[in-house]
Design a binder for this molecule. Structure first.
Ligand SMILES: Nc1ncnc2c1ncn2[C@@H]1O[C@H](COP(=O)(O)OP(=O)(O)OP(=O)(O)O)[C@@H](O)[C@H]1O
Length: 792
């Protein structure tokens, strides 16, 4: 399953205009989804396009042939050449990117009214993605020999903009899909990504949905809360939770893919021209109908489990899927033609026999004749095996079947003893067995195969009416596919993961419209299972305190903290519980990270230039609801320039409403707090014991100077004692002056911030969901703490 889940099924068409606008059409052949997006590419390194391509992970990219964009920029075609060498690239002439054709196609093929997508209104404006859709659909129909059924495709328009945007570099930095290879976090070999941690889904569709959610978490609070309500119900109702696990198991694993395949008709004209035998395709179709029948048979159990569910999401699934008469109607029609005993199976011979006998007897005379031939040849093959067993004294001779060879003999090597009977041909060794055939078997195989092919083709003829009727109700099948993937993700991944953690270690996050981002005792979802004693830390951001500068020596836990905050936000926005005691969040629309991984994703770009490009992209695209984490910005150039850049970036971000966490070694940056009340300085607690740093991994308020931590760590790393001593003398002289300055700032910082913190807490109380009594009690506590000077 793993391999297939990774295999892409998406074809992407892309085109751009002179105004650096890009239109993208992404057609998922597995789920019959067409995603259209059109946007202005703000960054010269095509960050938005890269993020989308990373999200879709396409198997084919279709572009028009011109290498350079009209303004001399590299253009999407060159971008694909440079960065996506392993993906098949197809050129189609500019004429194939026809927006008028695209709009007609989308209108005809979309399952929902195009007006519901907003495409009717904005048609002229969004011509680029429609042009890309025209080229993409044309290529798919020609290349795959299929015709997309009208009113079948699920089309979303600019769907990725309705979700949280995490650029491709941040996806890597945060180890959302894959862990980083370098030892950045010190435990890379044991560390998994968030995706790997949650990948307990049981179907490929569910796994893909999970990946898509992690790359583009939700932004809509209602949908997030609906998922969380559903999780609440699953966590408090064991019967429902285990019932759903059992219910989902009854559906064949490939149900979601198969249901969507009914959106595509095979293009018989193309087949005839190419002269391909139809039997393979008929076989696929019959097997699809058997999967559909098995899935429809699994629905009543699911209905029974969901009948008394209370949460909105599960009730909605019950109403739209479980009590929808259309499914019963399709099942009834299948029952009129398909034998009741036929079940879905993965064993090749049983599957192919089932397919031959799927249609009830007496419906088609020719089919019945072919079946008889199929039975006769199968029996002859078994008789032949019996004959050989006796004739050659090979009682352990077996007659397995695979789709490529048909039947073959398998004999234990020890029974042969070097004397291979001369009737046997195509002899090969497989472990402790010998595989072979004989001329008689080969000839029976040919007859058996041809009888089976005839059965498939006749079966397809018999099923034609049924298949057309199924296509009339295609929307309920794609709906069932979506529901199964969603349930797989929520039940088998989210609920399962939470249930494997210690009780109450994961909690439901709360969301408020404009409230703070407050996380109490948050933990790193992955590192906490590697470290036996992971230290939790708090997070607090509000409009009045939107930047936190985190200081601390190397190895004190800064980078872990930054990653932890982002992963918690992502988990919350996919509708999952989070590793914290409590969290109240506001919805984040973009996550930006600037973390020096040392990996240069850009070719021909120094570490510093990469850092600057990423920072420029961030500053150009940041929105009031973004979350920004920056790790040691400015360390890759001279210290004065680096400091200046870090300072001015902070000042810029301070003028915005976005929340920023800035980790740095530059102690001078703490002075920002004396000038800007919306900056909070924190540090990771470290003690020095016997000339060694003792890391506490606990966040404390205010700046803190740890003398010579670089030297202490250098000693641990093994630098010679004489080198360390010289370095110590030099650094002592430099820092004495700076230290005096910092201590002065520290006092000033404390008094300014005391008053400011009161204001912050008042703001939070204003937006909180607490009742009046709780608010009154909180106000009294605030007053007492202020009087005692212990407000941190
Ligand atoms: N809260 C925590 N509890 C327990 N261990 C932690 C915690 N945070 C970090 N660690 C451990 O400390 C190691 C160093 O953490 P991290 O890389 O975050 O430090 P850093 O301050 O970013 O270092 P540098 O400045 O050198 O990048 C991590 O590999 C992790 O194993």
């Amino acid at each position: 399953m793993e391999e297939e889940a990774d295999r892409s099924s998406i074809v992407v068409g892309m085109i751009e205009n002179r105004a650096k606008e890009v239109g993208v059409a992404a057609f998922d052949l597995r789920s019959a989804f067409l995603h259209l997006s059109q946007y202005i590419e703000t960054s010269c390194s095509y960050q938005n396009t890269k993020t989308l391509l990373h999200f879709y992970n396409p198997m084919v990219i279709i572009v028009s042939p011109n290498k350079l964009a009209p303004d001399g920029m590299i253009g999407v075609s060159e971008l694909v050449d440079k960065h996506y060498t392993s993906i098949k690239k197809v050129f189609m002439s500019r004429g194939c990117f026809d927006d008028t054709k695209g709009s007609i196609l989308v209108k005809d093929l979309a399952a929902r009214e195009p007006s519901a997508l907003g495409l009717d209104t904005y048609y002229k404006q969004y011509y680029l993605c429609l042009a890309a859709a025209a080229a993409t659909i044309k290529w798919i129909e020609a290349e795959k020999g299929i015709v997309v059924t009208n009113n079948s495709l699920s089309v979303t328009f600019n769907g990725s903009f309705d979700h949280m945007n995490i650029d491709a570099t941040s996806v890597q930095n945060l180890e959302i899909i894959d862990p980083l290879h370098s030892g950045l976090w010190g435990t890379s070999n044991k560390k998994r990504s968030l995706f790997q941690m949650l990948k307990t889904t049981k179907t490929i569709g569910g796994t893909r949905l999970l990946r898509a959610n992690l790359l583009q978490p939700l932004k809509d609070m209602e949908t997030i809360n609906a998922r969380l309500d559903c999780l609440d119900e699953l966590m408090s109702n064991e019967e429902l939770f285990f019932g759903l696990i059992q219910g989902l198991r009854k559906f064949p694993k490939e149900t979601d893919r198969v249901l969507c395949q009914f959106c595509f008709k095979h293009n018989k004209v193309t087949d005839a021209v190419v002269g391909q035998a139809d039997s393979k395709k008929s076989q696929v179709l019959i097997s699809n109908i058997i999967v559909l029948k098995t899935a429809l048979d699994a629905l009543p159990f699911l209905s029974k489990v969901l009948k008394d569910a209370k949460s909105f999401l599960l009730c909605n699934i019950y109403k739209s899927v479980c009590v929808n008469e259309k499914y019963a109607r399709i099942r009834k029609r299948i029952g009129e033609i398909i034998d009741e005993d036929v079940l879905h199976t993965r064993a090749p011979f049983i599957a192919s026999t089932q397919q031959c006998f799927a249609v009830k007897s007496g419906i088609d005379g020719l089919l019945d004749v072919s079946r008889r031939t199929f039975c006769d040849t199968s029996e002859a093959i078994y008789n032949l095996a019996n004959k050989y067993r006796e004739e050659f004294k090979l009682p352990n001779l077996k007659i397995p079947f695979n789709n490529r060879q048909g039947f073959y003999f398998s004999i234990p090597l020890k029974d042969i003893n070097g004397n291979i009977p001369k009737n046997f041909i195509q002899v090969t060794k497989h472990g402790k067995n010998m595989h072979c055939s004989s001329l008689e078997l080969a000839s029976l195989n040919v007859r058996n195969r041809s009888a089976a092919s005839e059965c498939y083709v006749r079966t397809e003829v018999c099923l034609e009416g049924l298949i057309n009727a199924i296509r009339d109700d295609i929307s309920v099948l794609t709906l069932l596919a979506e529901v199964l993937c969603l349930l797989d993700m929520i039940v088998n991944s989210f609920a399962h993961t939470i249930s494997t953690k210690p009780v109450d270690s994961y909690t439901r996050p709360e969301f408020t419209e404009n409230g703070p981002m407050a996380i109490d005792a948050g933990r790193h979802p992955i590192l906490e299972s590697i470290h036996s004693e992971f230290i939790p830390n708090n997070v607090f951001h509000s409009e009045a305190s939107n930047m936190v500068i985190v200081m601390g020596p190397n190895m004190s836990g800064k980078s872990t903290y930054l990653q932890q905050v982002c992963l918690i936000v992502i988990l919350a926005q996919i509708g999952c519980y989070i590793p914290a005691r409590f969290a109240s969040l506001r919805v984040v629309d973009r996550i930006f990270t600037r973390i020096g991984t040392g990996d240069n994703l850009e070719y021909n770009s120094s570490t510093f230039m990469t850092e600057m490009k990423e920072t420029a992209f961030l500053l150009q695209n940041v929105s009031p609801r973004s979350l920004i984490v920056m790790d040691e910005l400015g360390r890759a150039t001279s210290s004065a320039d680096g400091y200046a850049i870090a300072w001015s970036c902070c000042e810029h971000l301070l003028s915005l409403k976005a929340y920023t966490i800035f980790a740095t070694h530059m102690e001078g940056l703490s002075e920002l707090a004396t000038m800007y009340p919306n900056v909070k300085i924190l540090h990771f607690e470290v003690e020095i014991k016997n000339n060694r740093l003792d890391f506490k991994f606990r966040l404390k308020d205010g700046p803190r100077h740890v003398p010579h931590y670089g030297l202490l760590l250098a000693r641990v790393a093994g630098l010679p004692g004489s080198v360390i001593e010289t370095a110590k003398n030099i650094t002592q002289r430099i820092t004495t002056k700076e230290l005096t300055q910092m201590e002065n700032n520290c006092d000033e910082y404390q008094s300014v911030h005391m008053a400011y913190r009161v204001a912050q807490r008042l703001l939070c109380l204003k937006y909180s969901n607490q009742d009046e009594d709780d608010v009154r009690r909180a106000l009294q506590r605030l007053k007492d703490m202020y009087a005692e000077g212990r407000l941190d």
